[in-house]
Design a protein around this ligand. Structure first.
Ligand SMILES: Cc1ncc(COP(=O)(O)O)c(C=O)c1O
Length: 436
């Protein structure tokens, strides 16, 4: 009997889909055995409801805890805010303080609005861009959340979003009237982007992309996007929700001299507390006054307080350098354990958001087996690692020791020709799927 596993069985009966975030579904890791719930999280350690301790060498709160869990500096700032009241009829002054801080780090930006989650903030950014341009269509690349403007890309072609992080996203419930308004292009594919611009030129209200995610940008690709945005007067929106704050002290677009009209920040910015910021140049952001964009909980105090404390620490401790170095070390570990055990893998991703793939036809079974074997050794692991400021060499050494043992077993599983026989659970899911 396990309190942790039993609770998830109960959850699936009362919460459709089991969790609030697809990436936290146990089925995405190890169906039936992944510890769905935690009692406590601190640094890079997590304790489940049965008191079992793990080291988290996977997604660190799906990318939201850059500093590590329960960071003391951020928590102290938040505790003080709680003591002084986190909500009132009047506004929290930290909204202005954080706006000044984030604008000072992004000199091209002049104005800031807030929300509390990433997809919501992207939705606001697209609303502001459309309000400014007075045009409807959106050209986009990458994943930007669950909202109608984004999922509507799958109305006309159900595979539109497949190459954009999460395959299989169903636009059920998205009004058919939104068909033909959003069009995806591939990262670093300037030709594909330009042909979309040519086709829809008269009614493009926004261009939306991450400046970097899995691979380095081709600078010419970014230049063509910027030039098109200027020439056609289409607002350019850069999504920094996951890449921001990991490579440098701010949005990754700063590294490439890629100046957008709007940049959006969320989970990388406040170490696990809900907060999102939409920053932009004055002209475009003023359109937010003409469209109705307003919500009670965008005014609570913990968001800006935690963001100020997190960003100050990111700057003071040069956190991005630590994230890059730790990610590089992890990539080396993967390559070493694969070589030691004669296993073919491919390592990719920017260093702070590293991942690897098994180069075999039954890669998903091998990934599941890896998670299974690492879990048995007290390590939360999948084929990706989002480094945090809390991760140190002790964590990496423990990880490497366990990974070596897991890869030994994976080698045997590959040799057997039937790796599924080594699994104690069904194979993990690879994208969006209904739980039956
Ligand atoms: C690039 C990007 N945009 C948007 C989102 C959506 O953010 P949220 O899950 O906070 O709604 C994510 C989340 O993973 C993301 O990685």
């Amino acid at each position: 009997m396990s309190k942790t596993l039993d609770l998830y069985e109960k959850a699936k009966k009362i919460i459709p889909g089991g969790t609030q975030l697809l990436s936290k579904r146990p089925e995405m890791f190890l169906p039936g055995l992944w510890p769905a719930y935690y009692e406590k999280a601190e640094g890079y350690k997590i304790w489940d409801l049965d008191g079992k301790e793990y080291i988290d060498m996977s997604y660190m709160g799906i990318g939201s805890c850059i500093l590590g869990y329960a960071d003391k500096d951020v928590n102290n700032a938040v505790k003080e805010a709680i003591s002084n009241g986190t909500m009132s009829t009047l506004n929290a002054p930290e909204e202005v303080g954080f706006a000044e801080l984030i604008v000072s780090l992004h000199p091209w930006a002049e104005m800031v609005r807030y929300a509390r989650s990433g997809g919501e903030a992207m939705s606001i950014a697209v609303r502001i861009a459309r309000a400014y341009s007075k045009k409807d269509k959106v050209l986009f690349c990458g994943y930007h959340g669950w909202h109608d403007w984004y999922l509507s890309a799958n109305l006309s072609d159900e595979k539109s979003l497949d190459g954009h992080l999460l395959p299989g996203l169903d636009p059920l419930g998205v009004p058919r009237g939104l068909t033909g308004l959003t069009f995806p292009f591939n990262y670093n594919d300037a030709k594909g982007f330009l042909s979309l611009v040519k086709k829809h030129k008269d009614n493009i209200g926004a261009i939306v992309l991450e400046s970097i995610r899995n691979t380095n940008p081709n600078i010419e690709f970014l230049q063509i996007i910027k030039e098109t945005s200027l020439k056609e007067k289409i607002p350019l929106v850069v999504d920094e929700i996951t890449a921001g704050w990991r490579l440098n002290k701010g949005g990754a677009h700063l590294l490439f001299n890629f100046e957008p009209d709007i940049a959006v920040f969320a989970k990388g910015m406040s170490n696990g507390y809900p907060m999102a910021a939409i920053i932009g140049n004055g002209n475009v952001m003023q359109a937010a006054q003409d469209s109705f964009i307003s919500s009670t909980y965008w005014t609570e105090r913990i968001g800006p307080v935690s963001a100020i404390a997190t960003v100050k620490k990111i700057i003071a401790k040069d956190v991005p350098t630590h994230l890059i170095n730790t990610g590089k070390k992890m990539k080396d570990i993967w390559l070493r354990v694969a070589k030691n055990n004669n296993i073919e893998i491919e390592v990719s991703g920017i260093d702070p958001l590293a991942h690897f793939a098994f180069n075999y036809t039954n890669a998903l079974s091998l990934k599941t087996l890896y998670t299974q074997e690492m879990l048995e050794r007290g390590v939360l692991a999948t084929n990706a690692f989002y480094s945090s400021y809390a991760h140190d060499d002790i964590a990496l050494n423990k990880y490497e020791f366990s990974a070596n043992e897991a890869f030994e077993i994976i080698y045997k599983a590959i040799q057997s020709g039937n790796p599924e026989n080594f699994l104690k659970t069904p194979v993990c899911h690879s994208g969006f799927k209904r739980l039956t």
